[in-house]
Design a protein around this ligand. Structure first.
Ligand SMILES: NC(=O)C1=CN([C@@H]2O[C@H](COP(=O)(O)OP(=O)(O)OC[C@H]3O[C@@H](n4cnc5c(N)ncnc54)[C@H](O)[C@@H]3O)[C@@H](O)[C@H]2O)C=CC1
Ligand SMILES: O=C(O)CCC(=O)C(=O)O
Length: 320
């Protein structure tokens, strides 16, 4: 039996090489496909390796009768319809941990860039100005960093923030309060985090509970001049409410790596605002992280198809 592995997004070549060098696999590496192209190519696939650029929808699953497994080269599986995958008997796996450091470092870069107006200063100088008055920032030292979500990435940021003499607090209702002790992080209630934090960085999973959690009601509970960083998922923030909070001066600025939808639509109220800085979902985009997650995803597919040994299964109901 020869299994076909379709890779409909851009992944590191080392993963492709690993799969191509494995007997029993036929590898189809297309690079990033549109949803229509994906559905058209899905018919032969026994497995797929994806990133965040494609969605595994009921339509794609219906077009993929041979599909047994999907491996996400990354953490978030919000681009996979897990219920539909389970009902089609498709195992969904991810590679948590492989991009933690890259994402934490990018988040830290965004926080410093936000505090010191680095992108704005760069744009101003490139436009021929020598403006030092407009870009007076704030130090991170002695500021309170509030982390919403204290998992792998939240913890990695806490470690880095300590080196900058920040006080770190976190809200995460799904971990033990003692989880912060070793890192000197106090786990607090959400309203307390809003009331104390000078910087709020989002690292929670996107769920029904967290979708749109940063809204007008939440901003009203925050300190005046708070700065927001989001390298988790765009849907955690209500964009219109954040734009209004920035316009009113309540929020001093925001740094965003993620959007809902991606790419953001032309009418996104945050794009182009002077005090909002952006990257296009780049937090995990380092050569280091991309080798790790892609090779790990390839190995998950090999173990599943050839050794009947799936790991990191996200929709565990499919195994019962
Ligand atoms: N921008 C990018 O390129 C990347 C984004 N991500 C995203 O970052 C996020 C975090 O990733 P990891 O730290 O690896 O995941 P993780 O699973 O280690 O941590 C997520 C944490 O969110 C917490 N959480 C769940 N519901 C919550 C709620 N209602 N309020 C507060 N916390 C809640 C969980 O208890 C968990 O501790 C994910 O959404 C992931 O998709 C991850 C890697 C790269
Ligand atoms: O594939 C990527 O670069 C996105 C990574 C990401 O968002 C994740 O791992 O959740």
């Amino acid at each position: 039996m020869i299994y076909t592995v379709l890779i409909p997004d851009n992944v590191d070549q080392k993963a492709v090489d690993l799969l191509e060098g494995t007997e029993g696999l036929n590898v189809v590496y297309t690079g990033k496909l549109s949803q229509e192209e994906l559905a058209a190519q899905a018919g032969e696939a026994h497995a797929m390796i994806i990133r965040s650029g494609v969605k595994i929808t009921p339509e794609v699953l219906a077009a993929a009768p041979n599909l047994k497994a999907v491996a996400r080269a990354g953490v978030g599986v919000d681009n996979v319809d897990l219920d539909a995958a389970t009902s089609h008997g498709v195992i969904v796996m991810n590679t948590p941990g492989g991009n933690t450091i890259s994402t934490a470092e990018h988040t830290f870069g965004l926080m410093i860039a936000l505090a010191r107006y680095i992108p704005q200063g760069d744009a101003s100088l490139r436009a021929g100005r020598w403006d030092r008055k407009s870009f007076v920032g704030v130090e991170l030292k002695d500021k309170v960093l509030g982390l919403i979500g204290f998992g792998r990435i939240g913890k990695a940021i806490a470690r880095r923030a300590q080196a900058f003499d920040m006080t770190v607090i976190a809200y995460d209702p799904y971990i033990e309060p003692s989880a912060g002790t070793e890192l000197g992080v106090e786990l607090v209630q959400l309203d307390a985090l809003y009331a104390q934090a000078d910087f709020i960085s989002l690292h929670a999973l996107i769920t029904d509970e967290t979708r749109g959690m940063l809204n007008t009601e939440a901003f009203a509970k925050m300190k005046d001049g708070v700065r927001i960083i989001n390298a988790s998922r765009g849907a955690l923030i209500n964009d219109a409410d954040l734009a209004a909070a920035i316009e009113s001066g309540k929020v001093a600025g925001a740094a965003l790596d993620v959007y809902e939808p991606e790419p953001p639509t032309e009418d996104n109220p945050l794009i182009g605002m002077e005090s909002v800085i952006h990257t296009p979902h780049l937090a995990a985009s380092t050569s280091d992280a991309q080798v790790t997650v892609a090779v790990e995803a390839a190995q998950l597919i090999i173990n599943t198809l050839l050794h009947d040994s799936p790991q990191n299964v996200v929709n565990s109901a499919v195994l019962t």
